[in-house]
Design a binder for this molecule. Structure first.
Ligand code: GDP
Length: 290
């Protein structure tokens, strides 16, 4: 990791340590304080920030720097390793036939993400199809159909059908030629019990290999309850953080990752089908600290 990626204030604090061969408690405290400030500003949960701070402090003060390593480089390495531990690796996504179900609140970006992921898989040489089961939100069908046309991927939906479970069943059959099935589900403003019942039924019908929880980068600490409920209902294998092109840094989503013992799969960075990135720890860390 290059130092430029660390954010200017942290870089400044680390540069103050230049020339030192040993770190004292005040040095480590200054670095940790800087990291805490950035992460809390990025909406990372305070307990996660405290746990990370403790690990950095303990390691920086107790581990001997390998011979020839300056105190600054030693603490930098520890900071980097602990941040990678915090954000995790990207969710494993084999490039093979599979069914992926998307869950999340209304407005989180599920429908957009479904089309984006289909586009992403098509670029990897697989044939994807999006199955739109959101019968709740007016416009979801047209939006999904249009985006799938833009992405040039198969699409199944039925604007005249009100039963999402039936759409899921018929959609899986109608798109049996596709290799990757992406099943979009309805979100609601809050986690109502009927949404949970519905998504459980869609899950048993579509039988996904993995379910991804779609979260708006601005979600903040609300992520915890959402994550717990979806984890209980369908099991969350990975998280997609959307709207990272806005001002929010997406640190709240780390709570969901932690809560579900999962990882981050994709990042959404805009409104068009190409605006999707596979999660990559280094650049996400830079974003959190920047
Ligand atoms: P759903 O209700 O979860 O299906 O959410 P939608 O996919 O309809 O997204 C809600 C709104 O957020 C729409 O206006 C999308 O264009 C927008 N949106 C989704 N993902 C992104 C993103 O990564 N960046 C930006 N700027 N807007 C997004």
């Amino acid at each position: 990791m290059v130092l430029d990626d660390l954010g200017s204030s942290l870089r400044g604090t680390l540069d103050d340590l230049r020339g030192k061969s040993r770190l004292d408690e005040d040095d480590v405290q200054a670095v940790v304080k800087q990291i805490q400030r950035s992460l809390l500003q990025a909406d990372v949960d305070v307990d996660l920030v405290m746990a990370l701070s403790d690990s950095i402090k303990t390691r920086a003060l107790n581990e001997e720097p390998p011979g020839g390593t300056s105190a600054r480089d030693h603490v930098l390495k520890i900071v980097y390793e602990e941040l990678v531990e915090l954000v995790g690796d990207s969710t494993e996504l084999p490039l093979e036939s599979q069914t992926i179900m998307l869950a999340g609140l209304q407005g989180s970006g599920k429908t957009t993400t479904a089309a984006k992921m289909a586009w992403w898989f098509s670029k990897k040489g697989l044939r994807p199809a999006v199955i739109q089961t959101d019968t709740f939100r007016p416009g979801a069908y047209d939006q999904a159909k249009q985006m799938c046309e833009n992405a040039e991927v198969d699409f199944y939906g039925d604007p005249d059908e009100s039963d999402p479970v039936k759409i899921a069943r018929e959609g899986m059959e109608a798109t049996s030629d596709a290799e990757v099935h992406i099943v979009d589900t309805a979100g609601r403003h809050a986690l109502e019990d009927d949404l949970i019942d519905e998504i459980e039924e869609i899950e048993s019908t579509a039988d996904p290999d993995r379910s991804l929880l779609v979260l708006d980068a601005a979600i903040g600490q609300g992520a915890k309850e959402q994550a717990q409920r979806f984890e209980e209902a369908v099991g969350v294998e990975g998280v997609v953080i959307t709207k990272l092109d806005g001002t929010a840094k997406g640190g709240g989503a780390l709570t969901a990752v932690n809560e579900t013992d999962s990882s981050i799969a994709f990042l959404g960075t805009g409104e068009t089908v190409q605006d999707i990135e596979r999660f990559e720890p280094n650049s996400f860390i830079s974003r959190l600290l920047g």
